[in-house]
Design a protein around this ligand. Structure first.
Ligand code: ZN
Length: 307
């Protein structure tokens, strides 16, 4: 059994883009209820998130962008940053908690307190580019934590695997020049954000999937295009952008993955982490918009992490 941390914070439920928006506060409760009802909550090391520092955010975002988000955050009401990304008075704190949890995960794992960690917070982060908030995202939590990890002794190379139905364009932008980072994103294409970068031998693997792709094809693609390159890269720590909107019941995506596919990829990544990365995995919640499917999928993911 691995020792798995569950990091969350009730304040990330106060952030709301707009009433009825799919990236809704109830997503967090859906995941926590699924973990609770399965009886596995008590086997996790439950930790309250703390906010990331500005100096963490500027590991990947320019200072002017970070300050711009702080300045944009309203005291009341709502501020629209892009067509589908808005802030209320709680959004800045929620985004800082989401990034902070990923950083805490690195610290907890390197201190030997847990083997891996699941960060159950919102907003997600993988669409936030260096200078652009977009796609429900403000700060690139997973890329921030990956760069933070690279500052720690013994961590020379890290990998980020993103299986959200949407391409992790923000993460790709934030890690673009960094040869110490392996990045693989599997995603439906065409679909938002409608773009992805070129593959780079040994460290950048983009896997576009046609609408309707099922678990068998997803597994085959990951087995042939992602996992061998990841094994060869031998990361010292693996990060997961755990979006569950590739589930067949998701209203925003058109892929047909099931809970067992999320369990499968998690187990594969865990095996590679055990072989090459001292078992170290930081998983960060990204998308997932059908509450029931999100709960079941996240439960399958966390079960595999803690197996
Ligand atoms: Zn998504």
């Amino acid at each position: 059994m691995a020792r798995t941390a569950l990091i969350t914070h009730p304040d990330c439920v106060k952030h709301e883009i707009s009433p009825g928006h799919p990236e809704q506060p109830a997503r967090i409760g859906a995941v926590l209820d699924a973990l609770k009802n399965s009886g596995m909550l008590n086997s996790l090391k439950q930790i309250e998130a703390v906010e990331a520092e500005k100096s963490h955010l500027t590991l990947v975002h320019p200072e002017a962008y970070v300050q711009g988000i702080f300045d944009a955050a309203p005291d009341s009401g709502s501020v629209q940053l892009d067509a589908d990304t808005a802030m209320n008075e709680h959004s800045l704190r929620a985004a800082l908690l989401a990034a902070g949890a990923a950083i805490q995960s690195v610290d907890l794992i390197l201190a030997g307190e847990v083997d891996n960690s699941f960060c159950c917070l919102r907003p997600p982060g993988h669409h936030a580019e260096k200078t652009t908030a977009m796609g429900f995202c403000f700060f690139g939590s997973v890329a921030i934590a990956a760069h933070y990890a690279l500052q720690q002794s013994g961590i020379e190379k890290v990998a980020i695997i993103d299986f959200d139905v949407h391409h992790g364009n923000g993460t790709e932008d934030l890690v673009a020049d960094n040869q110490q980072v392996f990045f693989c994103s599997s995603f439906q294409y065409p679909l938002y954000p409608g773009k992805y970068g070129k593959n780079i031998s040994g460290r950048r693997v983009n896997i576009p999937l046609d609408a309707g792709t099922d678990g068998a094809t997803f597994q085959l693609k990951m087995q042939t295009e992602c996992l061998p390159a990841l094994k060869e890269f031998k990361p010292d720590m693996i990060f997961i952008s755990a979006g569950f909107d590739a589930h067949q019941d998701d209203p925003l995506g058109g892929l047909n993955l099931l809970e067992e596919d999320f369990a499968w990829i998690t187990t594969e990544l865990k095996t590679i982490a055990d072989d090459h990365s001292g078992g170290r995995i930081v998983s960060v919640l990204e998308g997932g918009y059908n509450l029931a499917a999100l709960g079941r999928s996240a439960l399958a993911h966390v079960k595999a992490l803690s197996a």
